[in-house]
Design a protein. Structure first.
Length: 172
C-alpha cells in the first residue's frame, strides 16, 4: 500500500495506512476530524486531512498546460471552436456570406448555401457545447466549463454570420 495513492494517518489508536479514497470517504463520513494529521511521504512531513486531499501546486501548474480532469466533450468542443474560424465553420460561413451577397445566383441557391453553412458551422459547435454543459452540471468534479462556453460563443458568432447571410440572400 506504499504507493502514491496511500497515506499514513495518525489516529488515537496509532498510525494506519489508507488509500486516498478511504481518507476522502472517512472525512466525508465525518469519522475523522478535518485536522487529523496525514502524511503522504511515510511520516516525514504531516499535514491536515483536508490539506492532504487538495491538489498540489504541481498538479495545478500541469493543469494549465495539459487538460486534467476535463470532460471530453468540453475538450472536443473547445478545440473545435478554436480551429473553426480557420478550418471548419469559418470558411463555410464566409463562402455562404459571399454567395448570399452575390445577386447572380437564384434565391434558392443563396439560401441553400447559408443553410449548409449553418449545419456545418455553428450547429455542431452549439450541440457539443450544450452537451458538455449538461455533463458538467451532473459531475462537478470535472472541469471544462470555459471550453464549453467558448464553443457556445463561437457558435453564436458563426450563427450571426449565417443570419447576416440569410438577410443578404433575401434582400438581393
Amino acid at each position: 500500500m506504499n504507493g502514491p495513492a496511500s497515506v499514513r494517518v495518525k489516529l488515537e489508536a496509532g498510525e494506519v495506512e489508507w488509500t486516498r479514497e478511504r481518507l476522502r470517504t472517512e472525512l466525508e463520513g465525518k469519522t475523522i476530524a478535518p485536522v487529523t494529521p496525514v502524511s503522504s511521504d511515510g511520516g516525514k512531513t504531516w499535514k491536515t486531512a483536508t490539506a492532504a486531499l487538495q491538489p498540489s501546486d504541481e498538479d495545478r501548474a500541469l493543469g494549465l498546460f495539459v487538460p486534467v480532469k476535463v470532460e471530453p466533450t468540453a475538450l472536443l468542443a473547445g478545440y473545435l471552436a478554436l480551429f473553426s474560424f480557420l478550418l471548419f465553420g469559418g470558411p463555410f460561413t464566409l463562402i455562404a456570406l459571399i454567395m448570399a451577397a452575390d445577386p447572380g445566383p437564384r434565391f434558392v441557391v443563396r439560401a441553400t448555401a447559408v443553410a449548409i453553412a449553418f449545419v456545418l458551422g455553428p450547429l455542431p459547435l452549439a450541440l457539443l457545447g450544450l452537451r458538455a454543459r449538461s455533463v458538467l452540471r451532473k459531475n462537478p468534479k470535472l472541469t471544462g466549463h470555459a471550453r464549453a462556453w467558448f464553443a457556445l460563443a463561437v457558435a453564436g458568432l458563426l450563427a450571426l454570420g449565417c443570419l447576416v447571410g440569410l438577410v443578404l440572400a433575401v434582400v438581393r
